[in-house]
Design a protein around this ligand. Sequence first.
Ligand code: MG
Ligand code: MG
Length: 236
Amino acid sequence: MRRAGSVVAGALTMLRQNLSVGMTTQNIDDLAMSFLKKNNAKPAFLGYRGFPASICVSINSEVVHGIPSSKRKILDGDIVSLDFGCVVDGFYADSAVTVPVGKVSDAALKLIRVTEESLERGIWAATAGNRLGDIGFAVQSHCEEAGFSVVRDFVGHGIGRSLHEEPQVPNYGKKGAGLRLVPGMVLAIEPMVNAGGHEVRILEDEWTVVTLDGRLSAHFEHTIAITSTGPEILTR
Ligand code: MG
Ligand code: MG
C-alpha cells in the first residue's frame, strides 16, 4: 500500500503543477493515465461501478465524482478538486486535493485551507486506541468553527485490497464514539467541505455531486495506516 500510495502522491503532485487555465478536464485524465502507465500502476476508478474515467475532477460547486470531459475547460478563478486512486499488485490507494487556478477569491482560498487543515486534524486523531468518532469530531469541529459545513451523504472509508472497505469514516461524529482504531487498519480520510449548507444533489449524469445551494466545495483526502507509533500517511 506504500507503493500504491507513492504513485498516487506522485500523480497528484504532477497534476497540481500542470493545472492551467484553458486545459480540459479530459487533458487531466490523459495526464493521470500516462503517469500510471509509466509507474506500472492501474487506475482504481476506471470502471468502478461503471465510472468512465481514471480521475474525478470536480470544479467549484461540484463536490466529488466529476467526470472528465473534452468539453469542460478550466477557467481563471476555478477551484479544482482532483480525486485519484490506483492499484499496485492488488493494493489500493486513494487521495484528493483541491487546487486554486489563476486568480481565486479569498473566500475560496479560506475554504481550501480550512478543508486541508481539517484533514490534518482528522489524521492526528487517527491514533490506536482512539475511535472513529474522534476523527469525525476533529474534522467537523474545525470546519464548523470556520463557518463551513461537512458533507454527510458521502464519507471516507477503509481501503486495502478493495477501493472501498469497511468501516465508513464520516467527517462528523462524537468524541469517543464508534469503532476503536487498532494498528493495521488503513483508512481513507476525506473531508468534503461546503462553503454553505451541507446538502448535496447528484446531476443527471448520475455521478457528479454538487452542493444544493450552488456554493463552493473543497475536498482533501489521504490514505493512512494506523500504527502503534501513530498514523502513517501513505499518499503524502
Ligand atoms: Mg478519493
Ligand atoms: Mg476515497
